[in-house]
Write a protein that binds this ligand. Structure first.
Ligand code: PEP
Ligand code: MG
Length: 589
């Protein structure tokens, strides 16, 4: 994470290589906190039309806020009241307020476009609020900015397509990209990206891998250097970013890119071969997906099913929540697309770094969002959200095998609560004559909190399968924020504490005779395969692009020697020694 100034012609940076591959292209620098607001002059005779454009955007904002208010009424009473007040304030701001009057005045007097006028007015209002002694009023700055962002989105009619106007082949350079923003990147347009912030296992990194966009995060000092259009190389495998590369460096990286491409082609040959160890034990390989369109990649990689569908991504980058029909259609696409292979749909895991604008203003900001109202806890707070999602899942189960997976479970009562809700929703659908599978979907529990792992036997007794989420399990066991580059060097799934929790969970599932999988990022890293198989895990779910390398490792693996090596490793107390033993075993095969 440092700058190497040894060659004056090029600048080399190091960071966390989170999504492998080489990207070479012009930089597109996104300044911190800046929204991409177009600015231009408007001719005097076009001023009326520009004011009308702004009036239309404000009218659209009023319709959007009205819709949000209708949804807020479904909240528990106190929350509905609080959100209602907030939305009333937003409504007032877009209905003949200082803001709307100020924007119109600027368009007329300064002859500038509506977006630029809105941005300028927001900045001025925010500035005048800042000086206020009243803390409540000072805190309204955030509301003013939110309303301003809504107006600008309506004006540009780009909704959340913040990156839709990028030139082909660019490399995005930013302070930080959220998982929701990353989900908007189009891999046919964005060649790669690098950011100052972000950890290796946060959802931004996971999304980059899903899209197959080379990415390096946690690159300190990066924003000070490149300007728009500067040539940049992103080496997502080795965590390097090179600004203004020399001809020599360029040639070297082009050659490296060709080698990687050849390797990828070679691995394609594995697609049709079975995933079995050298002594014939089958190991199921499933795909993790975030959006329905990723099933093509899952099928292409030869996935045996979907082991984790992160449904929360369907809730991001939009003003309103998807209703039951929309969710059903998306799930049906995945279930039908997988042609009879099992699809594991996880219920909403929003909160922490995964945010949905349509829900944001319903909850208070938490000091520790990773320990706060996320995942199943959010579902318990807003049962209607879950009910809708379960109804969509039950309907989709009519089209093929579908399992339901619950995120961030910590107690058996949470599982029982959801199971009851599944039964209630199913009864309601049946009464309406809605088609569903004959039997209710299997209900699985994610083991991603140490407390859940330590009570895996109890959770196994009340669920139909377990899925170990090692990303969160590592984060919570070692108290390392998975998305924070400053502590990324301490994030270590080979820590004996994490391995013991994995082993404990695998053994609990084995005793309860229910399936257990690993669906965290280590499932897609061939370095870990032998150890996990040796610990009794015979089901993995991963980014589809990782499937071939993991399959290659499985096919070279002897189950008995993997188990013996796993036992030796579990006797160790030092993760450096564990890494050594693992690497030595992997190298011997
Ligand atoms: C995990 O925590 O390992 C997991 C698979 O869930 P997510 O990455 O979506 O938090
Ligand atoms: Mg998780």
């Amino acid at each position: 994470m440092k700058t190497d100034l040894s060659d004056p012609k090029e600048l080399r940076f190091s960071g966390l290589g989170v999504s492998s591959g080489i990207a070479i292209g012009p930089a597109y620098v996104i300044e911190t906190g800046a929204t991409q607001v177009p600015e231009y002059q408007v001719a005097a005779d076009a001023v009326d039309a520009e004011c009308q454009r702004f009036a239309d955007a404000a009218a659209k904002a009023r319709r959007q806020i009205k819709k949000l208010k209708a949804k807020a009424l479904l909240l528990p009473e106190a929350a509905a009241e609080e959100v209602g007040f907030l939305l009333d304030a937003h409504m007032a701001m877009v209905s003949g307020s200082r803001l709307t009057r100020g924007v119109e005045r600027r368009i007329r007097e300064e002859l500038i476009n509506a977006e630029a006028a809105t941005q300028a007015e927001i900045t001025e209002i925010a500035h005048s609020f800042q000086g206020m002694a009243d803390a409540y009023l000072a805190a309204r700055i955030a509301d003013v900015r939110e309303v301003g962002a809504r107006l600008i989105r309506n004006l540009t009619e780009r909704e959340y397509q913040a990156f839709s106007m990028l030139p082909q082949g660019v490399i995005i350079i930013a302070e930080e990209l959220s998982p929701a923003e990353t989900a908007l990147l189009d891999p046919s347009v964005v060649a790669g990206f690098a950011s100052v912030q972000g950890g290796a296992e946060g959802h931004t990194a996971i999304m980059a891998r899903s899209l197959g966009i080379p990415a390096v995060l946690g690159v300190h000092g990066l924003l000070r250097t490149p300007r728009n259009g500067d040539l940049v190389i992103v080496d997502g495998g080795r965590g390097k970013v090179i600004v203004g590369p020399t001809e020599e460096t360029l040639a070297e990286y082009r050659a490296h890119r060709d080698t990687l491409e050849q390797e990828r082609e070679k691995l394609k040959g594995l697609r049709r071969l079975p995933s079995v160890t050298s002594d014939g034990t089958p190991v199921a390989l499933y795909a993790n997906i975030e959006l329905p369109r990723e099933i093509a990649a899952a099928l292409e990689a030869g996935a045996g099913g979907i082991g984790l569908f992160r449904t929360e991504f369907m809730f991001m980058n939009r003003d309103t929540l998807p209703d039951e029909d929309e969710q059903y259609e998306a799930l049906r696409t995945v279930v039908e697309g997988m042609e009879g292979r099992t699809v594991t749909a996880r219920t909403l895991d929003l909160g922490s770094d995964k945010l949905a604008e349509a829900l944001d203003n319903r909850f208070n900001q938490s000091d520790n969002p990773a320990l706060g109202l996320r995942a199943v806890r959010l579902s318990q707070r807003e049962p209607k959200l879950l009910e809708t999602q379960l109804a969509a899942m039950l309907r989709a189960s009519a089209h093929g095998p579908l399992r339901i997976l619950l995120p961030l479970i910590t107690t058996v009562s949470e599982v029982r609560w959801v199971r009851n809700m599944v039964a209630t929703v199913a009864k309601r659908l049946k009464r309406r004559g809605v088609k569903m599978a004959e039997t209710l979907p299997l209900l699985g529990v994610m083991i991603e909190v140490p407390g859940a792992a330590l009570t895996a036997d109890a959770l196994a007794a009340c669920s139909d399968f377990l899925a170990i989420g090692t990303n969160d399990l590592t984060q919570y066991t070692l108290a390392i924020d998975r998305g924070d580059d400053q502590v990324a060097h301490l994030y270590d799934p080979l820590h004996p504490a994490v391995l013991r929790l994995i082993q404990f969970t695998a053994q609990a599932a084995l005793r309860a005779r229910i399936p257990v999988s690993v669906c965290g990022e280590i499932a897609g890293d061939p370095r870990f395969t032998a150890l996990l198989v040796g610990l009794g895990i015979h089901e993995f779910s991963m980014n589809p692009s990782k499937l071939p390398v993991v399959k290659r490792r499985i096919r070279s693996l002897d189950l008995r020697s993997a188990s013996r090596r796993a036992q030796t490793i579990m006797d160790q107390s030092d993760s450096a020694r564990i890494a050594e033993l693992l690497d030595e075993f992997n190298a011997a095969d």
